[in-house]
Design a binder for this molecule. Structure first.
Ligand SMILES: *Cc1c(COP(=O)(O)O)cnc(C)c1O
Length: 390
């Protein structure tokens, strides 16, 4: 049968039917351990009863009214996000790329307010910010950009985790208005910067009056062991974007802003038909409540430690394994050669993983993964890697 879906994804030959926590079953009823969470989305696992309940209850009452009216769940979700983040206000979108579009529009308004006609945002090589024209232009990967010229202007790409490159760019360009960066690069290969990278960026932004804008779409909502990755650094950015795990699979994105950045998107400057609808916001509220009630974020460090030390123990004599690195449950295992085929090998053995930046295995297991599942993950993955690197 020919598919009538545009071939934008190279899909694996597998169709899932149902899930439960970290488990997924395909249509043949074969069980898989999910160590990817739908790419950092289903952080509470699949078919979580509290998420299910929120969707059912809200859909019985109201799904959508539009932003022409007040939306109680949206107000409540904004209050909670502000409380957890230290930011001032929120714009709700339906996806990560849209949240980033809002952030980039804030940067443009900020620049123009200062009399800069061609404002420029500093962005990083190997970054990923989405697939819309502005966000792919911000992305530091030519594969994402090829064929889409003319790109959106106003971005200056510099190496990641390189503070001198930031100062140099600022000194050479009078029109830089913001620095836009991921606390850990996800798609770019699980690249973890120096511990004080974000602190130094905060200082530079303060010195030069720039907006510090963090793309926490992958790192946010607990993934790295804090609700937001910047909370490891005890700083607060001026803009922060969220999406992926916020609705545990129900589409919702958020652009959080603070101080001067929070005052710029006024009536008529931005909008969204679906953004912040009652269904998405009620679901996100259930996600936040579950993270708190079940103390999920507090347990991440230990779970990550268990996975990484387990893998290290089994793979320490394997010369093909260059590096095992993590920030919470964002885990990268770098091999000495391209290893995309490991995805299929793991899948055959009942484990779902991802490979990014060609030679880095990426694990983004659900935050609720238990001890037994961690042991299974370590056993299957190390076996598959040993076999591959023989
Ligand atoms: C996934 C991702 C995006 C894009 O989110 P979409 O919901 O796919 O538009 C942007 N930035 C980062 C860091 C991401 O991981």
């Amino acid at each position: 049968m020919t598919s009538h879906i545009m071939p934008t994804y190279g899909r694996l030959a597998i169709t899932f039917d149902r899930g439960d926590g970290a488990w997924l079953w395909d249509q043949e009823n074969k069980r898989y351990l999910d160590a990817l969470s739908g790419i950092a989305v289903c952080n509470l696992g699949h078919a979580h009863p509290k998420v299910h309940q929120a969707i059912c209850q809200q859909s019985k009452k109201l799904i959508h009214t539009s932003n022409l009216y007040n939306i109680a769940a949206q107000e409540k979700l904004a209050d909670q996000l502000i409380n957890k983040s230290g930011m001032d206000n929120v714009f709700f979108s339906n996806s990560g790329a849209e949240a980033n579009e809002a952030a980039l529009k804030i940067a443009r308004l900020y620049g123009h307010q200062q009399g800069i006609d061609t404002p420029c945002v500093l962005v990083m090589e190997k970054s990923f910010h989405g697939r819309t024209l502005a966000t792919l232009s911000a992305t530091g990967n030519t594969k994402v950009q090829d064929g889409f010229a003319p790109l959106v202007q106003g971005f200056c790409h510099i190496p990641y985790d390189d503070i001198p490159a930031i100062t140099e760019a600022i000194n050479n360009n009078g029109n830089i208005v913001a620095i836009f960066v991921e606390p850990v690069q996800g798609e770019g290969g699980v690249n973890i910067p120096a511990d004080n990278y974000l602190n130094q960026i905060r200082e530079i932004c303060d010195q030069h009056n720039l907006l510090m804008m963090l793309d926490e779409i992958q790192t946010g909502v607990g993934r790295t062991g804090k609700f937001l990755a910047y909370q490891h650094n005890d700083i607060i950015p001026d803009v922060c974007t969220l999406a992926k795990a916020l609705g545990n699979g129900v589409p919702i994105g958020a652009c959080l802003a603070r101080g001067k950045a929070a005052t710029l998107l006024t009536a008529g400057k931005h909008g969204s038909t679906f953004g912040g609808n009652p269904l998405a916001c009620s679901t996100a509220l259930a996600v936040l409540k579950t993270l708190d009630d079940d103390n999920i974020i507090e347990q991440i460090k230990d779970k990550a430690q268990q996975i990484c030390s387990g893998l290290t123990a089994k793979l320490k004599h394997n010369k093909a394994v260059l590096n095992i690195r993590n920030k919470g449950l964002m885990i990268g295992i770098e091999l000495d050669k391209p290893c995309a085929e490991l995805v299929v090998k793991a899948q055959e053995n009942g484990l779902l993983i991802n490979v990014t930046a060609e030679n880095t295995i990426r694990l983004l297991p659900p935050l609720i993964i238990d001890d037994e599942q961690i042991n299974l993950l370590v056993a299957i993955l190390s076996e598959v890697i040993q076999e591959f690197s023989k």
